[in-house]
Structures are given as structure tokens and as C-alpha cells.
Design a binder for this molecule. Structure first.
Ligand code: MF3
Ligand code: CO
Length: 291
């Protein structure tokens, strides 16, 4: 339940203006959607301009780290080296790798190779080889603000089949992104992602999705891709969330490695790809904060 603000009180957004001339009409608009039966964001999901600036600073580190990995990843490198690079770069820039010790996760980054769907443990024993596809998922905390994004990398000569999986997955994220606009719905995005992957003959993992992000690592809403246009949470300016579909070449089914309860694999052993971006809903559409 949100506290009622008097019309002449300062607005909750931190603008210093009176509520009645700032976000009152905005709040009423959201309320009308909720009366129509839509899921609407609570105020804590709507970032203020000051918070957005802080989150963007965190994103700068995340982008710089992934840019560096992109420039240096190569055949013969082990994923433990990637973990070391992520830890060193992030801390040198004043940040903390968000995965480290998150719910007991023991590394600074997730590196998921081929049939690994997500949360792959970096390790000196995992040596990148010719033909591998690998997702590097980086997340940063800077001054308490979170960023999160991931990219795919193709090592050496990757088969056309796997390259296409990587490309279609990336395209699906941008198809979804096109649907991100104020007063639209999260399901508009989800359906666009799903439809693009399905048209290419792929499946999208159902159990694991994206999330709100910024003040916490994982906030509401949960971001799935089996939703339909006009469904799921209403999008309003100031919301920030990730789009990060895990797309399988074969069946959508997955399992978690019971020896560590983290690493996720495809049930059928076929490859899986994932790209993750962080998007801000703006007054006019959207802004990609992190990729
Ligand atoms: N970066 C992942 C995400 O996109 C979260 C990984 S949780 C971790 O949501 F603990 F494994 F890092
Ligand atoms: Co994420």
C-alpha cells in the first residue's frame, strides 16, 4: 500500500515540485489501468532521474568490462581467466561484481558454454575451444546501484547452425525492445521475443526470465517471454528491467546441475544462446542502458 501524498506536498520523484503539478496525473493514469484489471507497477519500481543517473554510472562499468572481454576472448582461454578479469576490472573501477556471493553464487561472472543455458561456473578447467559459443553474463554494483547485461561470443569457426542461433537470439531481444514504450505492456515485448525465436524454429526457456533492476539485483517484474500482447505489467516511464531470453536450438526443457544447484543445461543437450540488455522506459519510448 502506498502512502497518500497531499497535493501540495513535494512530489515523491524528488523533483522538488508540488505533487499536484508533478506526478499526480501520472499516478491517476496508472490507477485507471489498475481499475481495468491490469497489473501496474508500484512506486518503488519507478526510478527517479537522480537514481537513473546513478544506475547509468553502474552500467558504464558493466559495458566496459564486457567490451574488454569481447576484445580479448579467444580460443584456448579458460573461463576462470574471464572471472579474474571481471573481478579485477570491476573493482579497479570502484564497483563490486554483483554475482559474487549473491545467494551463495561463488564467482564474479557467469560463463555458459554451448548446452549450458545460464549460471555456468567459470573455471580453469573450462577451456574455450574452436566452435564453442559462450555467454558472458556480467553484473555490477556501484555505490549501491545495479547493472546487468550479457553477450554471446563465438570462438573460432562456429558452425552456421550455432551462429544462426546466436544471431536470432540477439535479433529477438531487439524485436522485443521495439515494443518497449510507456503505457504499453510487458507482454507486448514478451510476445515479440517469443514469436521471432519460434519463427526461426527455436524455443525459449520458460522457467527463467528477466527482471526489474537498478536499486536491487533482481526486482519486480519478472520478465518472461511466453506472455501475450496486452498482458503482464503496464510499462511506465522510469521503469528499468532486463530483456534476456534464453533460446534453445531444440526443446525448451532444462535441468539444474544437482552437484552445485546453479548451472543450468538444456535437457536435450543441444545448444542454447542468451543476450541480455537493460532498458529504461522513457516518456517517448525507451533507452538501452546496458548491453
Ligand atoms: N546475471 C544473471 C541475471 O541476468 C543473474 C545471475 S545470478 C548469479 O539475472 F548469482 F548467478 F550471478
Ligand atoms: Co539479468
Amino acid at each position: 500500500m502506498q502512502k497518500k501524498i497531499a497535493r501540495n506536498d513535494p512530489c515523491w520523484c524528488g523533483s522538488g515540485r508540488k505533487y499536484k503539478v508533478c506526478h499526480e496525473a501520472f499516478d491517476e493514469k496508472i490507477h485507471r489501468f489498475s481499475l481495468e484489471g491490469h497489473i501496474v507497477p508500484t512506486r518503488d519500481l519507478i526510478k527517479t532521474p537522480a537514481q537513473i543517473e546513478k544506475i547509468k554510472e553502474s552500467c558504464k562499468i558493466n559495458i566496459a568490462v564486457l567490451d574488454y572481454i569481447e576484445a580479448h576472448i579467444h580460443e584456448g582461454m579458460n573461463t576462470g581467466e574471464i572471472d579474474r578479469i571481471v573481478y579485477d576490472m570491476t573493482t579497479q573501477m570502484g564497483g563490486i561484481p554483483a554475482p559474487l556471493n549473491y545467494e551463495g553464487y561463488p564467482y564474479s561472472v557467469c560463463t555458459s558454454v554451448n548446452n549450458q543455458v545460464c549460471h555456468g561456473f567459470p573455471s580453469p578447467d573450462v577451456i574455450l575451444k574452436d566452435g564453442d559459443i559462450v555467454n558472458v553474463d556480467c553484473s555490477t554494483i556501484l555505490n549501491g546501484y545495479f547493472s546487468d547485461s550479457s553477450r554471446m561470443f563465438c570462438i573460432g569457426n562456429v558452425s552456421e547452425e550455432k551462429k544462426r542461433l546466436v544471431d536470432v537470439t540477439r535479433e529477438s531481444v531487439y524485436k522485443g525492445l521495439e515494443q518497449v514504450k510507456p503505457w504499453g505492456f510487458l507482454g507486448d515485448m514478451g510476445q515479440a521475443v517469443h514469436d521471432h525465436c519460434a519463427a526461426a524454429g527455436y524455443t525459449v526457456v520458460r522457467e527463467i526470465g528477466g527482471h526489474g533492476v537498478g536499486l536491487e539485483f533482481h526486482e519486480e517484474p519478472w520478465v518472461g517471454y511466453n506472455s501475450r500482447k496486452g498482458e503482464e505489467m503496464l510499462l511506465v516511464p522510469g521503469m528499468i528491467f532486463t530483456i534476456e531470453p534464453m533460446v534453445n536450438m531444440g526443446k525448451p526443457d532444462i535441468f539444474i546441475d544437482s552437484s552445485n544447484n546453479w548451472e543450468v543445461y538444456t535437457e536435450d543437450g543441444l545448444p542454447s544462446a542468451q543476450w541480455e540488455i537493460m532498458v529504461l522506459v522513457t516518456e517517448t519510448g525507451h533507452e538501452v542502458l546496458c548491453w
